[in-house]
Design a protein around this ligand. Structure first.
Ligand code: APR
Ligand code: ZN
Length: 279
C-alpha cells in the first residue's frame, strides 16, 4: 500500500493536467449509502433499483404525479442536508488548492465536494440541491421554488421562469440524457487530462464509465510526410483507481493501478506524501 501511495503522489506531482472522477464510494464515510457495494441500496433492495429504472419514463408521462411522489416519499440516500464531507472529499479539495488537481467530475448528487471546497466541479449526474428546466436546461436552487406550496395549491409541476418549460430535480435519472453542457465539459477534461484519479466508483454506469476509456484510447489522425494518414496515440494518460474493490477498469487494464482501500483513508495519505515531497 505504501509504495502505491508514493507512486500516486509522484504521478500527481509529475502531471500537468490531473483530474478526479468520483462515485458514491467517496461519500459512504459521510454516512450516505452507495448503490452496488456490499451494503449498497441496490444490493439490498433490487426492487428499488427496478423502480429507479422507470422513474424518468414516469416523469415524462406524468410530471405532476412524479413530483407529488418526490415530495412525499423520503430519498433513498437519506437526509443529504445534514451530510458532511469526509477526509476523502477534503483531500481532493486540498489537491486542487495545491494546484495539482484541475477538476473533479462526480456522479454524486450530494453536493459534498462543493461543501468540502472543490471549486472546479462537474456534477455529471446533477445535484439534488438543484432543479433543472427540461426545455432550456436552466438550473435553479431548490429554494427558488416553494414546492410544498405548489403541491398544496395543486400547481405541480413547477415551471421555468425563463421559458415556461417543465422543471425537474437536477439529478439525472436512469435513461435520462446527460445535460449537454455537463457532457461536453467532461469530454473535454477526459481529452485534456494526463492523470485520472478515479475514486469510489464501481465504474459500471455509462456514459460516465466511458470517460476513462476515452482518455485511454484517445487517438488522432495526422498526415505523414508520405501523404498517408496515420493514427497516433495522443499524449499518454495515467489512470489510478482508489476503491474498496476492483472494477471493470481494473480487470480490463484500463487503469494502470488500483489502490484498494477506503477513499477517506487513502486520499489523505496521498496528500501527505505529496506535501512531504513539496517541502
Ligand atoms: N472507499 C472506497 N471505495 C468505496 C467506499 C469507500 N469508503 N465505499 C464504497 N466503495 C466502493 C464500492 O465497493 C463500490 O465499488 O465504491 C463503489 C461504489 O459503486 P456504486 O455503488 O456502483 O456507485 P457509483 O459507481 O457512484 O454508481 C454510479 O449509479 O445508481 C446510479 O446514479 C447512481 O451515480 C450513481 C451511478
Ligand atoms: Zn427553461
Amino acid at each position: 500500500m505504501e509504495q502505491l501511495i508514493e507512486r500516486a503522489a509522484k504521478d500527481l506531482l509529475d502531471s500537468k493536467h490531473a483530474i478526479a472522477l468520483t462515485g458514491a464510494g467517496i461519500s459512504t464515510e459521510s454516512g450516505i449509502p452507495d448503490f452496488r457495494g456490499p451494503s449498497g441500496i441496490w444490493t439490498k433492495d433490487p426492487d428499488a433499483e427496478r423502480r429507479a429504472y422507470r422513474s424518468y419514463e414516469r416523469f415524462l408521462a406524468d410530471p405532476k404525479g412524479w413530483w407529488q411522489e418526490r415530495l412525499t416519499i423520503p430519498s433513498l440516500l437519506g437526509d443529504l442536508e445534514k451530510a458532511m464531507p469526509n477526509l476523502g472529499h477534503y483531500a481532493l479539495a486540498e489537491l486542487e488548492k495545491l494546484g495539482l488537481l484541475k477538476c473533479v467530475i462526480t456522479q454524486n448528487v450530494d453536493a459534498l465536494h462543493e461543501k468540502a471546497g472543490t471549486a472546479n466541479l462537474i456534477e455529471y449526474h446533477g445535484s439534488l440541491f438543484k432543479l433543472r428546466c427540461m426545455s432550456c436546461n436552466s438550473r435553479f436552487g431548490r429554494d427558488e421554488f416553494d414546492l410544498e406550496k405548489l403541491m398544496s395549491e395543486n400547481q405541480l409541476p413547477p415551471h421555468c421562469s425563463k421559458c415556461g418549460g417543465v422543471v425537474k430535480t437536477d439529478g439525472v435519472a436512469f435513461g435520462e440524457p446527460i445535460p449537454s453542457d455537463v457532457a461536453h465539459q467532461s469530454l473535454e477534461e477526459a481529452w485534456k487530462c494526463d492523470l485520472m484519479l478515479i475514486c469510489g466508483t464501481s465504474a459500471v454506469v455509462h456514459p460516465f464509465a466511458q470517460l476513462p476509456r476515452i482518455a485511454r484510447q484517445r487517438k488522432r489522425e495526422r498526415e505523414s510526410e508520405t501523404g498517408l494518414y496515420v493514427v497516433e496515440q495522443v499524449q499518454a494518460v495515467t489512470i489510478v483507481e482508489v476503491n474498496a474493490e476492483p472494477t471493470p477498469l481494473t480487470d480490463e487494464g484500463i487503469s494502470d493501478y488500483l489502490i484498494q482501500g477506503k477513499t477517506g483513508e487513502v486520499l489523505p495519505q496521498i496528500v501527505e506524501e505529496v506535501k512531504a515531497r513539496l517541502r
